[in-house]
Design a protein around this ligand. Structure first.
Ligand SMILES: Cc1ncc(COP(=O)(O)O)c(C=O)c1O
Length: 414
């Protein structure tokens, strides 16, 4: 894969360890897309033969994706990506269920596409939101969700896998409990991070709605899908042209949709190999980081059965994660912190805070996410450059590096 080969002045190739942010498009995906950009660019809603070919390609892509997630083709709505899918699920179900109620349940570690939508819906008086907490490993306890379900609950939205700490939730069990308590409540899952790694079969997960996006699975930016189980109440949020069964208007991006379907097919074919490869890199880094850097805590589930393959998240005491990232970037390594930068101040990650981590410690958060193109040599290089970066930053700290506060100890010991 070409993603890691851009040379840098140091003589080292750039190393990309941020696959949870986006993945490099697979060359085969790009090959599938190019003819749609060069020749078959016609509007699929028109009536001439070229347009009908574009329509057929979209139908084929829909059928491919539907088969891969265990759905019927007309249960797959194309969107622009994960944010739109999440937004449509929450807004669409709430709007279509007004007569039944307005209670919405989300977890505290959802992506902001869900959390901010829920907040906006509540502010506008459209939803009454219950936010369920998570354990110290970032996972949602199905019993907590069950306890939050009420007679007027219309939608429960719990992510399949968390983008920051890689925690994988037992969505099947959550859906089972929700349904047992209120058979009318709908269950949505944001499977944006899990779709590439775990396989996401809608019946096995037991969900009514599911969000996926192409650019996290070696597909293009700008294409995603919302699975909507037949019979689920959903009001369109972008109306006009009547595309996507009148639920999501807008001329379809045939190239991106065809690329998305091909990326999903490749993900399914390569799942076992990808998983083994990413697990091996993940296991090594998870074991070696705490051994090489004092006062470093691994975050997220320790049991790999409950963790996305390829995710290594941690937090480093007495250093800002963003400063470490700048040092890593200079050394040729692209990684992420998981926290959002707002107006110059770095807020600690809402996920780590929801897990109960003291915010001072959460400021040192880092996230490394492996993909198909990474090698053992990338882990070697990270382990070579990261400890001196941390050491240098701690040495520069204006506040003396003291003994860690007692509240940090359970995190540093785990
Ligand atoms: C869990 C999760 N949900 C939603 C999104 C948003 O997806 P998109 O970037 O395709 O809008 C992301 C992207 O980071 C994500 O990780």
């Amino acid at each position: 894969m070409t993603a890691n080969t851009t040379p840098l002045g140091s003589g080292h190739a750039r190393i990309y360890l941020d696959h949870a942010a986006t993945t490099p498009p697979d060359p085969g995906v790009v090959d599938v897309m190019i003819p749609f950009l060069r020749e078959q660019w016609h509007n699929p809603s028109s009536i001439y033969v070229e347009a009908q070919r574009a329509r057929t390609s979209i139908d084929e892509a829909r059928a491919t994706i539907a088969a891969l997630i265990g759905a019927q083709p007309d249960e797959v709505l194309f969107t622009s990506g994960g944010s739109e899918g999440d937004s449509l699920a929450l807004r669409g179900v709430l709007a279509a269920s007004r007569r039944r109620g307005k209670h919405l349940i989300v977890s505290s570690v959802e992506h902001h596409a869900v959390l901010d939508t829920a907040e906006q819906l509540e502010r506008d008086g459209i939803a009454e939101v219950t936010v369920v907490g998570v354990g110290a490993d970032g996972r949602v306890d199905p019993a907590t969700v069950e306890a939050a379900v009420r007679d007027d609950t219309v939608l429960v939205s719990i992510m399949h896998a968390n983008n920051e700490v890689g925690a994988v939730n037992d969505i099947a069990e959550i859906a089972r409990r929700v349904r047992a308590k209120n058979p009318h409540a709908m269950v949505h899952t944001d499977a944006v991070q899990s779709a590439a790694h775990l396989g996401v079969h809608v019946d096995r997960l037991g969900v009514d709605l599911m969000t996926i996006t192409a650019h996290k699975l070696y597909g293009p930016r700008g294409a995603g899908a919302l699975y909507v189980r037949s019979g689920t109440p959903l009001q369109g949020q972008i109306v006009g042209g009547g595309q996507e069964r009148g639920i999501r208007a807008g001329t379809e991006d045939t190239a991106a949709i065809a690329g998305f379907a091909h990326a999903m097919t490749l993900a399914s074919e390569r799942r076992e190999a990808d998983l083994g490869h990413e697990r091996a890199l993940q296991e090594r880094l998870l074991a070696e980081l705490p051994a090489r850097i004092p006062m470093l805590a691994i975050t997220g589930p320790r049991d790999l059965a409950h963790r996305l393959p390829g995710n290594v998240s941690c937090t480093v005491g007495f250093v800002e994660g963003e400063s470490i990232l700048l040092g890593l970037d200079l050394a040729g390594i692209a990684a992420s912190s998981g926290s959002a930068c707002t107006t110059g101040s770095v807020e600690p990650s809402h996920v780590l805070v929801a897990m109960g981590m003291p915010s001072e410690l959460a400021r040192g958060s880092l996230r490394f996410t492996f993909g198909r193109g990474n090698t053992d040599a990338d882990v070697d290089r990270l382990l070579e450059v990261l400890p001196p970066i941390v050491q240098r930053l701690r040495a520069l700290s204006p506040v003396p590096i003291a003994e860690p506060p007692a509240s940090w100890l359970p995190w540093l010991a785990s």
